[in-house]
Design a binder for this molecule. Structure first.
Ligand code: OGA
Ligand code: NI
Length: 352
């Protein structure tokens, strides 16, 4: 019989998720008040038909209004008819899944605890440092401009660079379009910050959530909001939850084939002076299958400071947020534990 291990830190290649343990070690067990339901209610989130943004002016204006409402009410929406073909989506999910099936020796080459590394593999948010562990393994890598980073990505599985690279390019184009639509919905015009976004960062968070023997005891990712302007998530099955603000309840994002999930991040909350709030989300687990998700995280350049749009500030609406860059977020991450509820956005709020 396996011996129960309650040590609070697991070395790489030795974590519970990687070893398919038949029980949940203590350091993965989250306090009972925060445990997920195994039968969550489904979230009623907006699904935007993105092709309407590329049609006549009336269709476009209506779609932009819907996007604005979604950002304002939920900070999250799904998009369909986004124009990225299914084979590119499937190709990215398949190499992601194959990467996590590689032998440990192959993956530890990328292992790092340094959140500033452009390519890194890990089993916790900050391996070895975190009090709580989460039932996830991940590979994170920079993706724009592709030619600066792709040679640092895994060579194995053999199609990783090709398939992931294709998806990164497509999803980035889409993200810039979504950002344009969101800025238009704020009355800032579609070209607002477009140069900064064009030269901005794209970080891919490729997540793997192995089956968990007691999915009601642990989480894949703790509640958090993304630091980004926006994040676009592709997944192979359901598992993402958002808080329903009216009911104060966690709800599961339904699986819509071919759909992409758009999250409003902290930097967009800052830009919009709080008109749009970054969405708090978490990842839950299941006992049957491995869930793969690929989050494409979009922000301005490493040292480019995001501040509130002056157009959205006046006597009645004073500026509510301090400026910050992606690097400021990374510095924050080094010093704080998001698993203990420390949020970047709270640091940015100007207290009245
Ligand atoms: C993330 C994230 C959600 C998911 O990587 O920031 O929130 O569904 N992922 O895996
Ligand atoms: Ni996230």
């Amino acid at each position: 019989m396996e011996k129960k291990d309650s040590s609070s830190s697991f070395t790489i290649g030795n974590s519970a998720q990687e070893r398919s343990w038949s029980y949940v070690p203590d350091c993965y067990v989250i306090p009972s008040s925060n445990r997920p339901s195994l039968t969550p209610e489904t979230a009623n989130v907006p699904v935007i038909d993105f092709s309407r943004l590329r049609q006549d002016a009336t269709q476009r204006a209506n779609a932009i209004k819907e996007i604005g409402n979604a950002c304002h009410q939920v900070g999250f929406f799904q998009i369909v008819n986004h124009g990225i073909c299914q084979s590119i989506l499937d190709g990215a999910l398949s190499v992601a899944s194959d990467f996590f099936k590689l032998p440990t020796e192959e993956k530890v080459k990328f292992m790092s605890n340094d959140v500033k590394k452009p390519v890194r593999y890990g089993t916790s948010l900050k391996d070895g440092d975190d009090k709580f562990q989460f039932w996830r393994v991940f590979l994170k890598h920079y993706a724009h401009p592709l030619s600066d980073w792709i040679h640092l990505w895994p060579k194995n599985p053999p199609h990783y660079r090709e398939n992931m690279g294709k998806y990164c390019k497509e999803v980035r184009k889409l993200a810039l379009e979504v950002m344009g639509a969101i800025n238009e919905s704020l009355g800032l015009g579609p070209g607002y910050l477009s140069n900064q976004m064009e030269d901005g960062m794209q970080v891919m968070a490729v997540n793997c959530y192995p089956p968990c023997p007691n999915p009601e005891l642990a989480l894949g990712l703790p509640p958090h909001s993304d630091y980004t302007c926006l994040s676009i998530v592709l997944q192979n099955s359901a598992g993402l939850e958002v808080i329903d603000k009216r009911e104060g309840k966690w709800k599961l994002i339904p699986e819509v084939h071919g759909a992409l999930q758009v999250h409003i991040g902290d930097h967009l909350e800052v830009l919009s002076n709080g008109l749009y709030k970054s969405v708090v989300h978490r990842a839950i687990l299941n006992s049957e299958r491995t869930r793969i998700s690929i989050a494409s995280l979009h922000s301005m350049g490493m040292d480019e400071k995001m501040g509130t749009a002056e157009e959205l500030v006046d006597d009645q609406h004073p500026k509510n947020y301090k400026e910050s860059s992606f690097r400021d977020f990374l510095d924050f991450l080094c010093k704080n534990d998001i698993a203990e509820g420390k949020n970047f956005i709270d640091k940015l709020k100007i207290k009245a």
